[in-house]
Write a protein that binds this ligand. Sequence first.
Ligand code: P6P
Length: 329
Amino acid sequence: DSRIALPMGTALDRFIKIKQDDFQYASGELSQLLRDIALAGKVVNREMNKAGLINIIGSIGTQNVQGEDQQKLDVLANIRFVRAFTKGQEVCAIISEEDDEVIEIDNHKKYIVAIDPLDGSSNIDVNVSVGTIFSIYRRISPIGSAVEEKDYLQKGIEQVAAGYILYGSSTMLVYTTGHGVNGFTYDPSLGEYLLSHQNMTIPENGSIYSINEGSSLSFDDGVKKYISYCRENNYSGRYIGSLVADFHRNLLKGGIYIYPATNKNPNGKLRLLYECNALAFIVEQAGGKAVDGKKRILEIQPTSLHQRVPFFVGSENMVNKAVFFNENS
Ligand code: P6P
């Protein structure tokens, strides 16, 4: 059984060390940054578990850059992750769903982080799993200079690491540094993430499709035809309404998640920089595929911090079939 109960620190070092020769950067700094993320995830996890008991559920009356009500926990999560990156001293700038502008930390550091601190936060007060999604890039401009647009509008193929934390029936950290995908399950009794899913791969076929069919009338013909194809093949519709939870289940079992263009969201709802690129990197590293309906997500040149893209992600053969219907409609 590949489930090795190794403390993350050891496993993380072990994985980073094994890959040291392939690693372009001082892996110690990247592994430290991943530890900073893991630590912030422990804190958010603790607050999440208390959410039902103390008054941090529900919105605080403010809205984020997306015009979405900010739930108290997503504001708290944003504070925790920004603080972890500031204290961790590895990051020069952060792009967060919760902040309109780039958060500049320290021009003398080399890593850029794009993060959705708590995606699906509207699910918190109904006790449905939510998640943190992050991407890590190496800055292009010289260390010591001011961070520039070219540093934080990099294509997804430039990511040095990406991952998510799923706050579900158990809390899991799943990430890649470009050498496969590994999953760590948090053990609160030890305060450690234990390596529970080594070298995760997504089945190339699946029979689960995840899409909000309430928007069907406004789907493009290609999407409508693909959904009909899923029904004709007796696939199961599974849509939690929380991207990380749907993505994670499909990663383990095989499946496809689609958030296409709709009347309400003509470019889709999900954001390229801190949602789609990270999950696209992970799914490709696990043997799957991620496109905007035609083009590989990781090759899209970002033009703005909070831009949205249509998102088709999951088992390779399922994504290929969806693209086929898109291109032949
Ligand atoms: P809809 C949550 O707000 C989110 O960003 C994803 O986690 C989720 O998959 C999607 O939006 C749900 O959106 O329009 O189907 O309610």
